[in-house]
Design a protein around this ligand. Structure first.
Ligand code: ATP
Ligand code: MG
Length: 252
């Protein structure tokens, strides 16, 4: 199968600090790929290089077959990025934010594009309120909606659910699954193992500058010694309790 993203021997340092020391991975077209790593592992650095915001020191990366360093324009045409920190314009309403991006992308019918995305992301009722009045979850949804204007083939989501409550997190997961179901390639970064477990076709763990493990969830599980079977009463997790109380079911 054709790869949407191919990364080989990526190195990047900020002055003395070596952040990426030879990162290799590939992402299949239409799949969800999760890049896992703790704070400061270099996830955002990888995303910035792949989205042409930052140049690597050495190594190569191609997105949709285009080299990110020599063909950034071609790369930009097929991707979108939802950064780690929301990019919505607080002064504008949700609708105005979407229309602005649709116009910047020279789409024919910006109003229609905005209406469709507002509807899809459950923001129709809040469409004409300033984004500054939105909750964190609503803002994140608007942020992701903004990155879908113009139907990019590959989307990058840098920690899409950090700081969200469990309900909003499930909403984002649902959106990500729908995107991949529709053929979009998704690369997301996360610090949450559970998020990678729920969403990703393939997972790569970035640690001390390199990918130390990668594969499907079952590949990764196989790398660890088989679990010792113990009989214990299973307590519900806090997340399960929270969701039960507020009446939401786990989105699967
Ligand atoms: N512009 C910069 N100048 C100097 N150091 C930087 C710069 N950007 C990132 N770093 C450093 O590089 C390392 C990797 O940062 P990066 O943002 O890629 O990590 P991350 O995995 O995304 O972390 P987080 O989970 O906190 O978002 C960190 O130690 C960070 O302090
Ligand atoms: Mg980051």
């Amino acid at each position: 199968m054709q790869n949407s993203i191919q990364v080989t021997g990526l190195h990047k340092s900020y002055k003395q600090l070596q952040v990426l020391k030879g990162v290799d991975f590939e992402v299949e077209k239409g799949s969800i790929f999760a890049l896992l790593g703790s704070n400061g592992a270099g996830k955002t650095t990888v995303v910035k290089i792949l989205t042409t915001l930052l140049k690597q020191d050495s190594g190569t990366a191609t997105v949709n077959g285009f080299d990110v360093a020599s063909k950034p324009e071609n790369v930009r045409q097929v991707i979108s990025l939802t950064g780690q920190f929301a990019a919505v314009d607080e002064i504008l309403t949700g609708r105005e934010n979407l229309i602005m991006i649709a116009k910047l992308r020279y789409l024919k019918n910006p109003r229609q594009v905005a209406d469709d995305l507002l509807n899809r992301f459950g923001l129709t009722d809040a469409a004409d309120r300033r984004a500054s009045t939105y909750s964190g979850g609503m803002r994140r949804r608007l942020d992701i909606a903004l990155s879908l204007v113009g139907k990019p083939q590959i989307i990058f989501l840098d920690e899409p659910t950090t700081g969200l409550d469990p309900e909003a997190r499930l909403e984002v997961w649902k959106i990500v699954k729908e995107l991949a179901g529709g053929g979009t390639t998704v690369l997301l970064t996360t610090q949450y193992l559970e998020e990678a477990e729920q969403l990703a076709d393939r997972i790569a763990i970035l640690h001390e500058g390199r990918i130390i493990a990668s594969g499907t969830l079952s590949d990764l599980k196989k790398r660890f010694p088989s679990a010792k079977v113990e009989y214990v009463e299973k307590q519900p997790t806090l997340e399960e309790i929270f969701l039960a109380i507020i009446g939401k079911k786990e989105a699967k």
